[in-house]
Design a protein around this ligand. Sequence first.
Ligand code: ZN
Length: 243
Amino acid sequence: MTASVLDDAEVTRALVIAAHPDDVDFGAAGTVAGWTDAGVDVVYCVVTDGAAGGDDPAVSRADLVVIRQAEQRAAAKCVGVSDVRFLGYPDGQLERSLELRRDLTRVIRQVRPERVVCQSPERIYERIQVSHPDHRAAADAALDAVYPDSRNPFAFPELAADEALPAWRVREVWIFGSPQPSHFVDITDTFSRKVAALRAHLSQTGHMDNLEDMLRGWLSRSAAMGGLPEGRLAEAFQVIATA
Ligand SMILES: [Zn+2]
């Protein structure tokens, strides 16, 4: 445990912000399952519509958006999450715009989470797939929305004036896919639900025969990095105090 991490008992609401359908399930679903079991309300916010994925030309892009949203809702259900929000930005074209910062600030003020979970805005040269441009843009905007936008009453004043959404201060951020993980959550007991969540993304993981082995490899390495006993599985986060 890192000293700066809030005790889960201090957290009533957590908000996960991710670029694509399935990102949260690869990065954090085992941890989320533990939180919802403990009574934490968890909300997912998926920034893009997922329409640039897949390689089946017979599936229209519009159909794919509907499929990906249904899959993400089903995956969320596997780990106790029923509130899934989609911002609908075009997949593959995400930029860290003021518009995106405002939209994420709106969701933060609506949900009022103590804890926000997001991806890393940094490019990781060792694992280039983790650093998809949409991931970096979503994460950068999410961190800007945590600090300073959502807590600053003068940022996007229309949110308070027109939507009755006053400023809200997020206490900490957990980054998954970080090059500098500092906190390791033992998810051995929720691993099967993480796998089920990933399997719910049929259009993305249906062809992955080795999904479970691949996950065990990654999660075992994270557990070892976190000093957990042999045979345990862990998800890794960089936790930042933002109070
Ligand atoms: Zn992604």
